[in-house]
Design a protein around this ligand. Structure first.
Ligand code: SAH
Length: 472
């Protein structure tokens, strides 16, 4: 099994620094299942190629296995790119995979022209799957297919391909893509797959897997079709991916088309929602406010404009959303007196967090529908039992309204990451339950233009604690 990586970035021999393998040497590494050899078939300033040759020992593979005996010895494993290659990449090119390079740190972070060639890559899903996996990541592919046996052409084509992937990309990203996708194409793993695999997948999939159109297939195959692991990975991946702006736009555009006809002012549903949340917070007299699941900081921006709010804390589980919020609020350019009023923290609404205690009010705008229903109970306790602000404002879509949007196919949600969308009665039953259990009064307000039958596109629940305590 042979993988070559070539570059024309000059001086091309810098590839040796990036891989931590000297171009003039042939090196051998002992792995659990055989040996890996690294050498450079070409190393000139114009073009340099590093080769990773895996010499898998079929006898080593058999140890510990108890499959049908012949298949242990007569199989494709020694010759094809599989999870053995991923292990070898992690062990032999581990530093490069982590994006580090002492000698050329900047180069490790720079996209350079790279070409990876896999001599024998099995693809359960054929050429089509090869393209579906690599093309969305920006690679140009050259795929050579092979007939199964040239002596028996009737047997048809083999599932093995010689594949060249080219792109100007960081070496670490190329290695991470191969690390994850080679076993996915092969649809097999040579070792036991447990929780540790979820961690590896999330680590190596960081920055690209969440948005990959074949995300679900990749997760499913990588975790060997184990439902529990797959759900765990998906939940964490989605939690850490910011709202898809395009999806939000679709919702906004749909609503705008309807709002504009009857109103003098053109406002998107989301703007309206935020304004109404702001009004409720303002009327309550709250000064210290939380924005939980603050996303890119749209509400934070409105809160900052109003002096009533003296302490504003935004929290989100997504690093990327928080980075965008820093940009949107221009936090780094903000004068000190403003900067002191606002804080952004990374955290999850699934876990009790003392930083959330002692606030007058909390806004949770379009967040609950991103939480898995079985985990809502944890959220309820985190917010209403432990953080316990005097007031909570929650908004969530009203599913009944979806029929008003022609562009939204029946039975689908407004956003692909929504775990549920509630009808008004469902939201109210849930919210009233919280009110009873945690001692809050609850009132409900429509958000957006209200239709007689299906209500408004969004719904708001306002929870207040003081009143109930006075009555008791
Ligand atoms: N409130 C913002 C963003 C809504 S999108 C606005 O109205 O513009 C939903 C947000 O909830 C995303 O930013 C997402 O990262 C965040 N989120 C999802 N699960 C979360 C969790 N468990 N803890 C905190 N934030 C979460």
């Amino acid at each position: 099994m042979l993988l070559t990586i070539s570059t024309t970035h000059q001086p091309a021999t810098d590839l040796g620094y990036l891989l931590y393998k000297h171009p003039a040497k042939v090196q051998r590494f002992n792995l659990a299942f055989g040996q890996a050899h690294v050498f450079y078939p070409e190393a000139t300033p114009e073009r340099c190629t590093a080769a990773l040759l895996l010499d898998i020992n079929p006898v080593d593979l058999v140890r510990g296995g108890n499959d049908f005996a012949l298949s242990q010895y007569v199989n494709d494993r020694p010759y094809v790119a599989s999870s053995f290659l991923s292990v070898a990449i992690a062990q032999v090119f581990g530093t490069a995979l982590n994006g580090m390079c002492k000698e050329r740190p900047e180069l490790a972070q720079t996209p350079i022209p790279l070409e990876a060639k896999l001599s024998v890559l099995p693809s359960r899903g054929g050429e089509a799957l090869l393209s579906r996996l690599f093309a969305p990541l920006g690679y140009a592919l050259n795929i050579e297919s092979h007939i199964l046996d040239s002596q028996f052409p009737d047997w048809g084509m083999s599932p093995y391909y010689t594949v060249t992937l080219s792109q100007t990309i960081r070496l670490a990203d190329l290695l991470a893509h191969l690390y994850v996708l080679v076993p996915v194409l092969d649809d097999d793993k040579h070792y036991y797959v447990g929780d540790a695999e979820v961690e590896k997948l999330l680590k190596r999939g960081e920055g690209w897997l969440a948005a990959h159109p074949e995300r679900d297939l990749i997760i499913n195959r990588y975790l060997k079709h184990q439902g529990t692991l797959r759900r765990a990975a998906l939940a964490r991946l989605i939690e850490d991916s910011p709202e898809d702006p395009a999806a939000l736009d679709a919702e906004e555009a749909a609503v705008e088309a309807q709002v504009v006809a009857g109103s003098e002012r053109k406002a998107s549903l989301h703007d309206r929602r935020l304004e109404e949340v702001l009004n409720v917070l303002k009327q309550s007299g709250a000064q210290r406010v939380l924005d939980l699941g603050c996303g890119e900081g749209r509400l934070l921006k409105l809160l900052l404009r109003d002096k009533q709010f003296t302490q504003i804390l935004g929290m989100d589980v997504s690093h990327r959303a928080l980075e965008n919020a820093v940009e949107r609020l221009r936090l780094e350019q903000m004068p000190d007196f403003q900067r002191q009023r606002v804080e952004l923290i990374h955290g999850s609404l699934m876990y009790r967090d003392s930083r959330l205690e002692g606030f007058d009010a909390a806004a949770v705008v379009e967040v609950i529908e991103h939480l898995d229903p079985p985990r809502l109970a944890a959220f309820e306790r985190v917010l209403f039992e432990f953080a316990r602000p005097g007031m909570v404002v929650i908004t969530t879509p009203n599913r009944e309204y979806n029929v008003m949007w022609e562009s939204l196919p029946a039975g689908t949600f407004r956003h692909k990451d929504h775990r549920f969308e509630w009808a008004r009665a469902e939201f109210q039953a849930w919210a009233n339950g919280i009110g009873e259990r945690f001692g809050y009064t609850v009132r409900f307000l429509p958000v957006g233009p209200e239709d007689e039958t299906v209500g408004a596109p969004s719904q708001m629940g306002v929870f207040e604690s003081g009143v109930v305590e006075c009555l008791i």
